[in-house]
Design a protein around this ligand. Structure first.
Ligand code: C5P
Length: 228
């Protein structure tokens, strides 16, 4: 039977965040930010393994007792996200038919229910798919001077989230031989093969912690869940 493997690329330095340690290791409600991410994936029924990909030069991971079921660690991170994912796939002993759910380390508030929704929606699907949200706001494209060049009709536009779920064999093929720096998510690599990933309704709580100002919201969401 096909296994369900959550793969978390966590080899980034978080340069936009500007903290001394990568953002995935910042303290959030008493634990590293990424602990919350890994815990949500481990708590998802149906996920067999949670594989985290860190940099070979990582100095922070071993400082914490992660104490999570299903967790495996792979020190094979690459120079960009796509390379970290491809290296992770290589390090995992998975079959081509196994499902891989690639999830950003910095999406630490991902609700278990959203991951379950993705898994359920893709059962038997030919290609795979991703969590995403319809764009709620009016969208503007800027010119070089920061002025509005054009208003882009938002109908049919979605914001891609993670997990992005594909068969291991298809994903490895899609990532192979691509200009990896151009690939900011797995779905776009699959699209370049001429395939159409399924969009599955995500969750506003599943945002990516990108800037220091995002931490307050993440803290509040996680604290509210603990109080329940
Ligand atoms: O930079 P960005 O936020 O888009 O990164 C998305 C995810 O990819 C993060 O979890 C980050 O740690 C990971 N990443 C990686 N290897 C890199 C760059 C980013 O695993 N070289």
């Amino acid at each position: 039977m096909a296994r369900m493997i959550a793969l978390v690329p966590a080899a980034g330095t978080g340069s936009r965040f500007g903290a001394p340690s990568p953002k995935q290791y910042l303290q959030l409600n008493g634990k590293p930010l990424m602990w919350h991410t890994l815990a949500a994936l481990a708590a998802t029924p149906g996920v067999d393994e949670v594989a985290v990909v860190i940099s070979p030069q990582d100095e922070w991971f071993d400082d914490f007792d992660w104490d999570l079921p299903k967790l495996s660690v792979h020190r094979v991170g690459g120079s960009c996200r796509a390379e970290s994912v491809a290296n992770g796939l290589g390090a995992l002993a998975c079959e081509a038919e196994d499902w891989v759910l690639v999830h950003d380390a910095a999406r630490c508030c991902v609700p278990v229910a959203a991951v379950e929704r993705l898994i359920a929606a893709l059962a038997g699907h030919e290609v795979g798919g991703l969590l995403a949200l319809p764009v709620p706001d009016t969208v503007k494209r800027a010119d070089a001077d920061g002025q509005v060049a054009v208003t882009v009709p938002r109908k049919g536009l979605w914001l891609a989230q993670t997990p992005q779920m594909f068969r291991a064999g298809l994903l490895a093929k899609a990532l192979l031989g691509m200009a990896a720096e151009d690939i900011t998510d797995e779905a776009s690599a699959i699209e370049r093969l001429g395939l159409k990933p399924l969009l599955v309704e995500g969750d506003a709580q599943n945002f990516k912690v990108t800037y220091p100002r995002d931490l307050a919201l993440a803290r509040a969401i996680l604290a509210a869940r603990e109080e329940r």
